[in-house]
Each structure stands twice: as C-alpha cells, then as structure tokens.
Design a protein around this ligand. Structure first.
Ligand code: F6R
Length: 242
C-alpha cells in the first residue's frame, strides 16, 4: 500500500483530485467508485473547478457509489443520491443515467443488493474506488466484523457511525438505522483504490490500519492486501503511525 503524506485537508483534496483527473485524461471511459461524507467534499470541489477551468470531460464516465441509507428517497436532503447530485453531479457533464447509487427505498432490498452487485460486474468492475474511513475502520458501511467475502448487502449501522453522521441530521433519532453498502469483496475487486484520511478524528484508524494486522474486526485492513491501493493522508491523521 502506497502512502502519500500531505500537510492538511486542502492538500489532500487537491492531490486526490489531481490523481482522478490524471486517470481521466488517460482513460476517458473511466468507471469511478465514489464516496460521500465529509472527507471527499474538497476533492469534488476541485473536480468541479477543474471542469469549469479546463473542461475535463465526464461524458464517458460511469460511477458507482458505495452506499445509501435505507428509507431515504433520492429527494431526501440527507440521501447520498442528493449529496452526490449537489456536491458533484449537477456541476459536471456526467450523464445522470451513468451514475449509480443503490436505492434505499426498494421494497425488495435483497433484489436491490443483487442487482447492484451484478451491474458493477457486468460493467467490468470499478477502475478507481475513492474511499473515506470510519473511526472504527469501516469502509463503505461495512462495520467491524463484516466478512471480507461480503458483496453488496444490507447493514445495521453501529451507534458510533450513526453518531458520527448525526451532524447532517437535525437529531440522532433521524439518522437511519440501516444502509445498503457495497461489500468488502465488492470494494476490494476495484482495480485501484484511493483512501483519504484527514485530521485528528482519523488518527486511531490510521494507527490500526498501518500498524495493525489484517482482520475482519478492522475492515479497512484488507486494503493492505490490495495490489494497487494508495492512501493520501494528512500529517494530523498520520500522527502516531510508526
Ligand atoms: C461514505 C462512506 C463512509 C465514509 C466514512 C467516513 O460513502 O461510505 O465509509 O467514507 O464514514 O466519513 P467522513 O468522511 O464523513 O469522515
């Protein structure tokens, strides 16, 4: 696993955006795996600025998002569909038909999971998966204890994840208790992985990831076995890593 240490959130965001833009230049028909949350917001801002300034095209890009809350429709202000639309999709020339996010309101959630997984496979897999990391090591919404063999599935969110995400809702009670997420195997299958981490809140996770063992009790640890995984993390997040 390659580690790129940068100064702060701004540098992390710029470096990750440049990484994606370079890939897009070489492969305009890129399949991008996307994440939500606070971490990639700066990356998306840089991608938008670059699109406006340099016209980097997303016309041939297909995207697959990691996850979606169960019970929230596309229009819900807290849905990950809405997050992606507001933070990236509406600002660039990606075709919305080529963007994929699991539906959290399909009456048959198992069918939704199976179809999502198949769609990724039929598309030929993900070229570059962008990831954040939870303080408990989750990637996507794969909480500690999730099998490394897991495919897209329904998860119960842990209290710590609901608390971490409560900042986007008016109260913790409003945070959904379940989500659909790509599985760890689905994520690991990506040809290339780019994990981002910034700030004090990610220090413990970075120590466990970089100094600890590969174990299902720390989901991100599997990335150490990926042939093409890169971490871009800032000084604060890496403090304490040996
Ligand atoms: C988001 C996702 C999550 C987040 C993680 C970190 O789609 O799948 O794994 O990447 O919870 O969240 P932030 O970036 O808000 O600290």
């Amino acid at each position: 696993m390659k580690i790129i240490e940068v100064k702060n959130y701004q540098e992390m965001s710029l470096a990750a955006a440049q990484y994606i833009i370079n890939m897009l230049k070489n492969t305009p028909k890129l399949t991008l795996g996307l994440a939500t949350g606070g971490t990639p917001q700066g990356v998306y801002q840089h991608l938008i600025e670059d699109y406006k300034k340099n016209g980097t095209s997303y016309a041939q890009v297909t995207s697959f998002n990691l996850d979606e809350y169960i019970g929230l429709s596309k229009d819900d202000p807290n849905s990950y569909y809405r997050y992606m639309y507001e933070n990236l999709f509406k600002h660039i020339n990606i075709s919305l038909q080529q963007t994929n996010i699991p539906s959290g309101i399909n009456a048959n959630l198992q069918t939704e999971c199976d179809e999502y997984e198949n769609k990724i496979l039929q598309h030929g897999g993900i070229d570059l998966q962008l990831l954040g990391i939870g303080s408990n090591g989750h990637i996507g919404f794969n909480e500690p204890g999730t099998s490394f063999q897991s495919r897209t599935h329904v998860v119960d969110l842990t209290q710590s994840t609901r608390e971490a995400n409560a900042r986007y809702f008016t109260s913790i009670e409003e945070v959904p208790t379940q989500a659909i997420t790509m599985g760890i195997h689905s994520i690991f299958n990506s040809k290339e992985i780019l994990l981002l981490a910034s700030g004090k809140a990610k220090q413990d996770a970075m120590v466990k990831l970089l100094n600890g063992d590969v174990t299902e009790s720390f989901p991100a640890s599997i990335l150490k076995q990926h042939p093409n995984a890169t971490i871009i993390a800032d000084e604060e997040a890496l403090l304490g890593v040996k």
